[in-house]
Design a protein around this ligand. Sequence first.
Ligand code: PLP
Length: 396
Amino acid sequence: MIPSVLPTYSRAPLRFTHGEGAWLVEADGRRFLDMGAGIAVNALGHAHPALVSALTEQAGKLWHVSNLYTIPEQEALADRLVAATFADTVFFTNSGTEACELAVKMARKYWHAKGHPEKTGIITFAGSFHGRSTAAIAAAGSPKMTDGFGPLMPGFIHVGWGDHDALHAAIDDHVGAILIEPIQGEGGIRTLPEACLKGLRTLCDEKGILLILDEVQCGMGRTGRLFAHEWAGVTPDIMMVAKGIGGGFPLGAVLATEAAAAGMTAGTHGSTYGGNPLACAVGLAVMDHLADADFLAEVRRKSALLVQWLESLVATHADVFEGVRGQGLMLGLKCLVPNTDVVAAGYDHGLITVPAADNVIRLLPPLTLTDEDIAEAAARLDRAATAASLKSKAPA
Ligand SMILES: *Cc1c(COP(=O)(O)O)cnc(C)c1O
C-alpha cells in the first residue's frame, strides 16, 4: 500500500523534534551535529533568536495579503538585496525551482521584447541542478530527473562541464543565455574556477547574451562572500537565489539588472505567496546577519579551520576519502567507498552530512557553527570513516 506521504524520497529513519544552533535532537533524545543544515538552508542554524523573534513578531501582525498590494517588508528586503549586489530589481518566490522558472522566462522575454524572439536557447551544463519543475529538469537534463516526464521543454542546450570547445560550438543565433551554478551542489561540489566564470562573462559580453547564475545553494554567505560570483569579480545579468535566504522559511528570489528585466512588465509574471510579509520579515533578519563583513570574514575563518581538519581526515583515512573540495562552508569530501555508506555511518555517530553526485558527501553546516562544533564534527567524521572503512572490508 502506498504510504500517506508520496514515496518520492528514500528517507533516513530520523525524526528530529527540535534544534539549537548546529545541533538537532532526535525523538529518542540523541543529539546530532548538523553539517547539512537542511541542504544549505539553515544558514543561521536552528532556532536562532533573531529569526524566531522576527517570525513570531510578524506572525502576530500580518501573514499574507497577496501581491495585489504593496508589502513594506518585501520592499525593504528588495532594497537590501539591491544595495548589496549587482541587481537593480528583485522578484520573490517560494523556492529555488520557481526562481529557475522566472530566470528562464525573463531571459526569453528579454529577447522577445528586443525583437529577437528566436533567441530562446539557453546553454546549461552537465551535472547541474536547477530544481524539479518541467523547465528546471529540462534545463539540467539528467536522465535521472527527466525519465518518463517528457515531452521536455525545448530550448536547453547541454554541454559538458569544462568543455570549452563544445560551449563555443553551441553558441548560435538562437542562443540567448548561459545558465550555470558557480559551484555545483547536487553535482558534487564542483567549483567553477574563477578564470572560467570571468571567461563566461567575457563570452556573454562578446556574443551579447545573458549570463544567468544559479546561486540557490552557493549564495547567501555560503562561500564566505554574500554571493559566490563575487570571488571572480564579475556579475551576472540574472541570478537565482533561495535556500539560505529564508534561513528555513520558504523563500527564493530572482535578482536582475534593469536591462535584463526590461521585458518583465505588469502582468507578465506573478505569485500568490511570493514575498509575503512572513517570509520577508524572516528574510530581513537573515540579511541583517549575512550581509555583514565581519560575519562573512568569520565564515572564511571557520572554513579554513574545517578544511584543515578535513585534510587531516583525508590523510588518516586514505582508503575512505580521496580529497576535499569546495569553498567556504560549501565543502565536499570525495569518497572511495560508497558515499551513502559514509553518510549512514555518520548517522550512527550523531553526524548529519548530505550525499551528492560523483560519490561526494557534502558538508553544508550552519554558517554560525562554532570552533568547538567544527572540532566535534571532525571527531565524529573520524569515527564514521573508521566504520565505513570496516564495512567496505567486511566479507559480503
Ligand atoms: C536546491 C536547488 C535548486 C532548487 O531549489 P528548491 O527550493 O528545491 O526548488 C535549484 N538550484 C540549485 C543550485 C539548488 O541547489
